[in-house]
Design a protein. Structure first.
Length: 633
């Protein structure tokens, strides 16, 4: 197989195989450290859920029951769950009888109440960790691309750092694909010489946004060489080390030794992981998110999250997919049982990562990238000796078959490149022909490059896509101009998959792109390439969603994909009272000019989880003046 790796599963753009955590796994998640986390003083609040009737007033209530975008007049909440929706008089009469002493609330202006928004593919612990002590040299400011994102921006950020002897400057999020192109057809190349021109006061190590490359200046190469015997023995001299790695470190084999030299520094930064998780969940609440599905929930992450929730309020409900790196992991799986009741950090799927990143030039393609790439057709993470490119390895089929047909687990297969998507679909076809059991909610993650025939095949198998829609909004212009050319028209075929009768979701893959379902809705509706200079250009307008379709994709259908539709995704009777109140109805934005760069900025007024407010834009919203007791109190 062309350009196959001599490692397994080490170059994914998905943060689930974050190399930093891989290197630190034994130390960060040691029994000693986990015990320290468990000993944190409990800071849970004593808030009890409100029994509450919310009336639409001049606003709108969209409970999304059955995936419908029809509005209702009122909603009744008791003991942290939805108990009734419908006409206001009917709801109040029911609450007076069943839950006397309830509170009342009325929406004002254009306020709109929706089910809590869902992030169906994120990486919770890695995203939280990378926010502490790592300088952000990425392309995002909040949810927007930085207009000035280039090497000069990186230089200005590094200048802000107070360098100390013995310390290595660590940065994250570096993304050459979102910097100005070199000429008209190449991405910005970054090596040690380029970084030397930016900063040479001390060693600098920058982790790429795709998380499969480390960029080092010369002083950092010297630091690693002098502090890692394996490196010094393998390369002999620093000059040879730089020459043979071409001034940057690729994949786990090259990155690992460098990260080992700074593990003490990373561990010191990671001691405050609980605070980092709280900050991440608070950021999610600020953007209306009440449920996050982790797309790489290994045993250590699960333990950490469960310990966290013992001592902290549940700002966000959590579930996830168990990451399986290969056949050995799949063989150890127990037989699958669909989650019947909500438990924190429950597991609904297993995750298989088949290739890398399209913008990181490691998504596995059927043809060469248009621009120069270290791996011309990208990377497949499960190569098999003697099997040519474009032929699915038998061992990959065995892996998928064991997971689904033998163990009965639903899968989330990460597949970015068109060849990786083809392999995923073919493997599903073979194993589902053997599968005997209840219907599974199998997914393809990112599912970036599709054809009409593949959509038909996925529909017939009951396999659904979850789209990293930022590929269109943030990276679409780079894909079209430099990385793919016309092949970019195959990107994120949201409209075609819905037209075929499939259920889809939209995700951020945070921290690959920022949290924000409203932004993801906007990008799926407009498909405007935000990086393009000058006039606005839409990437494949036939694939644009309606606002209603986009809203379903970040609520009702996202919950279904995550086996969470029994609890969240709509405000159906018996579901958790997890909801968001926006200052404006996103469905009322029905023109491109009212949607583009505006839907993402609709203010979130309040976010509630289990009948308890967890975020308030204006704390005065919930004063006694605004929340009144009913006449039956």
């Amino acid at each position: 197989m062309e350009k196959s790796h001599n490692h397994t599963h080490g170059c994914t753009h998905c943060a689930c195989n974050n190399p930093v955590l891989k290197i630190l796994k034994e130390e960060l998640f040691s029994q000693e450290n986990l015990e320290k986390i468990q000993q944190v003083i409990k800071n849970k609040t004593s808030k009890a859920p409100l029994n509450l009737v919310i009336s639409k007033g001049t606003g709108t209530i969209l409970p999304m029951i059955g995936g419908s975008t029809e509005s209702v007049d009122a909603i009744g909440i008791a003991n942290g769950k939805v108990v009734i929706t419908g006409k206001e008089d009917y709801v109040k009469a029911y609450m007076a009888l069943s839950h006397p002493g309830y509170h009342t609330r009325e929406l004002t202006g254009t306020q709109t109440l929706l089910p809590g928004l869902i992030e169906p593919h994120v990486h919770i612990v890695p995203a939280a960790m990378m926010k502490t002590g790592w300088m952000d040299v990425g392309p995002f400011k909040e949810q927007n691309l930085r207009a000035d994102y280039d090497l000069e921006f990186v230089k200005s950020e590094l200048k802000k750092w107070d360098f100390k002897n013995g310390e290595v400057i660590l940065g994250r999020g570096l993304d050459p694909s979102l910097m100005p192109f070199v000429g008209s057809n190449e991405l910005q190349k970054i090596d040690n010489k380029v970084l030397d021109g930016i900063y040479d006061k001390g060693p600098v190590i920058l982790l790429s946004a795709s998380m499969h490359t480390l960029y080092l200046n010369t002083k950092a190469f010297e630091y690693v060489f002098n502090n890692n015997d394996k490196v010094s023995q393998e390369y002999g001299t620093v000059d040879n080390y730089i020459k043979e790695t071409q001034g940057q470190l690729q994949e786990a084999l090259q990155m690992g030794p460098a990260l080992q030299t700074v593990r003490g520094q990373i561990l010191r930064m990671s001691k405050n992981i609980n605070h980092c998780l709280t900050e991440l969940f608070a950021e999610a609440n600020k953007r209306g998110v009440t449920f996050m599905y982790d797309a790489g929930l290994d045993e250590n992450f699960e333990i950490l999250l469960k310990l966290y929730f013992k001592t902290h309020d549940e700002l966000v409900r959590t579930g996830g997919a168990y990451l399986c790196a290969g056949q050995e992991d799949v063989d150890k799986l127990h037989q699958y049982r669909e989650p019947e009741e909500y438990k924190q950090a429950y597991r609904g799927h297993i995750k298989i990562v088949s290739d890398g990143s399209n913008q990181g030039l490691t998504g596995y393609q059927s043809a060469r990238y248009k621009c120069e790439a270290n791996y011309p057709t990208g990377v497949f993470n499960f190569p098999q000796t003697g099997i040519p490119a474009h032929t699915i390895p038998p061992s990959y089929n065995t892996l998928i078959n064991t997971a689904v047909a033998v163990k009965g687990w639903p899968l989330m297969i990460h597949a970015n490149g068109d060849q990786a998507v083809t392999f995923a679909i073919n493997a599903y076809q073979r194993t589902l022909a053997r599968y005997k059991g209840p219907e599974l909610r199998n997914r393809i993650e990112h599912c970036s490059l599709l054809t009409a025939d593949q959509i038909t095949n996925m529909l017939q198998m009951g396999v659904s896509p979850s789209f990293l829609i930022g590929h269109v909004g943030y990276w679409g212009y780079a894909f079209k101009e430099v990385i793919f050319g016309e092949k970019a028209q195959m990107l994120d075929l949201c409209g075609s998959t819905l037209a075929a009768g499939m259920r889809i979701s939209l995700h951020s893959d945070n921290e690959v792109s920022p949290l924000g379902p409203l932004r993801m809705m906007e990008q799926s509706i407009t498909r405007i390439m935000e990086k393009k200079p000058g006039n606005i250009e839409v990437l494949n307008s036939a694939e644009c969603l309606t606002p209603e379709q986009a809203l379903i994709a970040v609520t009702y259908d996202a919950a279904w994909q995550c086996y969470a539709d029994k609890w969240v995704g709509s405000l159906h009777k018996g579901h958790f009272a997890d909801f968001v109140i926006l200052d404006e109805n996103p469905l009322s934005l029905n023109t491109q000019s009212s949607q583009y760069m505006k839907m993402r900025d609709i203010p979130v007024s309040e976010t509630w989880v289990g009948g308890i407010p967890v975020y308030e834009k204006n704390p005065k919203v919930l004063t006694e003046k605004d929340i009144m007791y009913s006449e039956n109190s």
